[in-house]
Design a protein around this ligand. Structure first.
Ligand code: HEC
Ligand code: HEC
Length: 202
């Protein structure tokens, strides 16, 4: 076969896989996600604070987390066995389904508002903690292009558990230590305050 034609063909093949990847099918994802509903809720708004809300999360972030659970890069006794049997296509479809759902926002407890907001918007100059807002956005909607997750409305218990897991390196699937380096600078009081702030943020 002539080289130009070969290039064109491989280009087309690349294009079609890229399109297929971007366009996970939310309907197929919804069917597959029935097994997830007991913990994460039928529309990804979990009712139990230790189980994260998945509704409205960027598809690329959900995709990365499911790949990481499946490969063992991120480990959790409840979640890892759920991700293990998923195919690549299942993961794409599920990620598209949750991205299309609407996150339900919670509330910030009044006693955590002042410190939580200060940390989220400005960090802590004394300890070198960066502002969460710089990556996760002023309203917690994240940054899909950089694969920074949305945080807005997430259960405070789950957020605090993740910050403690990053701090202790129990969770280490963040590229270049991007979250471990922030979490390691936080006290427990700061973790509680910022997590409560995020629960009401939108
Ligand atoms: C028995 C309860 C349970 C079931 C069923 C379950 N999960 Fe989870 N899921 C969890 C827990 C607990 C976590 C938090 C794990 C951690 O702390 O790292 C989690 C985390 C996640 C995350 C990461 C969220 C984030 O913000 O980083 C995704 C994505 C996810 N689950 C998707 C799924 C999918 C898809 C299914 C169904 C195939 C599923 N889960 C079934 C309990 C469950
Ligand atoms: C330099 C960018 C950056 C900054 C600053 C940053 N984050 Fe993150 N954060 C990330 C990235 C990237 C991830 C996703 C890591 C992964 O791939 O698992 C993340 C993940 C998280 C998660 C896990 C979300 C989930 O659904 O499991 C929480 C919680 C979080 N960040 C809270 C914070 C808080 C609170 C602050 C401020 C104290 C902060 N982040 C500052 C980039 C950042």
């Amino acid at each position: 076969m002539d080289k130009t034609l070969l290039n064109v063909l491989s280009g087309l093949l690349f294009l079609s896989t890229t399109i297929a990847w971007a366009a996970g099918d939310p309907e197929l994802g919804k069917q597959k996600a029935q097994a997830c509903a007991v913990c994460h809720g039928p529309d990804g708004n979990s009712a139990v604070p230790m189980w994260p809300k998945l509704a409205g999360q960027h598809a690329d972030y959900t995709h990365k987390q499911l790949m990481d659970f499946r490969s063992g890069e991120r480990d959790n006794a409840q979640m890892s066995p759920m991700a293990a049997p998923l195919s690549d296509a299942d993961i794409e479809n599920i990620a598209a389904f949750y991205a299309a759902q609407q996150a339900k926002i919670g509330t910030t407890s009044p006693e955590h508002l002042e410190l939580g907001e200060r940390l989220y918007r400005a960090g802590n100059a004394k300890t070198g903690l960066p502002a969460c807002m710089a990556c996760h956005g002023p309203k917690g909607s994240g940054n899909p292009a950089a694969n920074y997750p949305a945080l807005s409305g997430q259960h405070a218990d789950y957020t605090a558990a993740q910050l403690r897991a990053f701090k202790s390196e129990l969770r280490s699937n963040d590229l270049n230590n991007i979250m471990r380096s922030s979490a390691s600078k936080m006290t427990n009081a700061e973790i509680e305050a910022v997590s409560s702030y995020i629960q009401g943020l939108h």
